[in-house]
Design a protein around this ligand. Sequence first.
Ligand code: NAI
Length: 479
Amino acid sequence: METPHPVKLTVLGAGPGGYAAAIRAAQLGAEVTLVERERVGGTCLNWGCVPTKVFKAAADTMEQVRRAGRMGLAVTAAAAIDLQALATRQAEVVRIQADGIHRLLRQHHVRYLKGEGTIPHWGAMRVQLPDGGTETLAWERLILATGSRPANLPALPFDGRRIWSSNHVLALTRLPRSLVIIGAGVIGCEFARILNAFGVQVTLVEMLSRLLPLPAVDADVSKVLQREMRKRDIAIHLNHRVSGCRVTADDVEVLLEPLSGEGDPSGRGTKICRAEGVLVCVGRIANTAGLGLEGLGIATDAHGGVPADARLQTGAEGIFAVGDVLGPARPMLAHVATHEGLRAAENALGASRAMAYNAVPLVVYSCPELAGVGLSEAQARARGLPTSVTRVLFRNVAKAHILGAIEGEAKIVAHAEGGRILGLHLVGPEAAELIAEGVAGLQAGLTVDELADHLHAHPTLSEIWQEAALKAAGRPLHG
Ligand code: NAI
């Protein structure tokens, strides 16, 4: 009897979506080739999540050293950032992760092919190899995981000298004295925190009316973050759009135009911000140009993303898409990409499972950290749900006092009838870690009463959930 041949599956892009898809497809018996033009790990590992968190860890340590006196320690020398040493540490952390990914690919017999892939027609991929040659691969299933790149502002094109993307900032060899950050989204707030801790004078400009103006970020936690950033002397201009800039020999003049009626048409309300550099972080654009998608009948949407159905299949049979290449219509987050990668591989090989987005944690490594999962209060009300909200301050939790980090709060958004949890939000110490319990609770469909009955070890920061749930259930203890 003839044995069926393994399905030939090609993945284009080896970021957290692509390499996860490749491994899962290999586990399911496919013959997998993973094509990547740069490095395994994609933006997340090389220019995003991982290197920025190495910077963030240094920023946290700086802050701890500065606050050492309050913790009962006498530290005599001032902490100073050593960018060279930090770059070495960053490279080492990235190398360890990259080596791990290569090892996993080898263990799963995934063929890793370095080169730039384009798709001349259904079933084929042409790969431009680094040595100048080309190789053509045959595939029966294709997973697109080509990611995204920083979006430009036409008035401020990146030059790497004075006008930077997040990639440029990570490669700086000297810190600027001052920096204007355009866009108070996730990247803007994270870099504001890091560079402020490093001693850079930071000005943050956002055209909407609050920090992190994403629907899923609750307005109350955003307000707390704004207060804490101002306490750290970060200048914040909300409701201002950057309308132009002038690069001089030693600095940049950025023009801020007031929105929402603050200014007047004569331009008299326009402000000028002067700084050594400008970081533009106004979103990311899907990497789709030049892949050959048009020839496959795959049209990109208004934001350049690839539309896909609930199973992550694009408009072309057998071609799936995962991660940032799907565009901002879905969360552009590394952990979402990984889950989409696993799901797409399974669906490409015969399963039919929809990707669920109802319990996606969003974490912002600001100071303090901010995290949320599920609906914000505004989203719940906009859906017409009878909504109850409960807020508890971190200062009600003993561990926050022990750590000397009492700023911030937790908020539970629940259904007013029955108490089913709809969303959980935090701003405060270790919010990025604490949200994991929120994800589990939301996914399990818990009510506030059920969450209140979970035992939380004492003293831990996780007790903030117990306090918030007890209060939401009408039986507050400390909160
Ligand atoms: P973003 O979409 O989160 O924020 C961009 C901000 O820029 C918006 O608030 C927007 O109103 C503002 N803006 C746009 N044009 C402007 C102008 N001319 N003047 C002033 N403000 C302007 O985009 P961001 O921060 O670049 O991040 C890109 C993606 O990367 C996001 O999807 C984000 O979720 C993801 N990411 C996630 C991280 C995490 O999970 N911790 C870390 C870093 C990035």
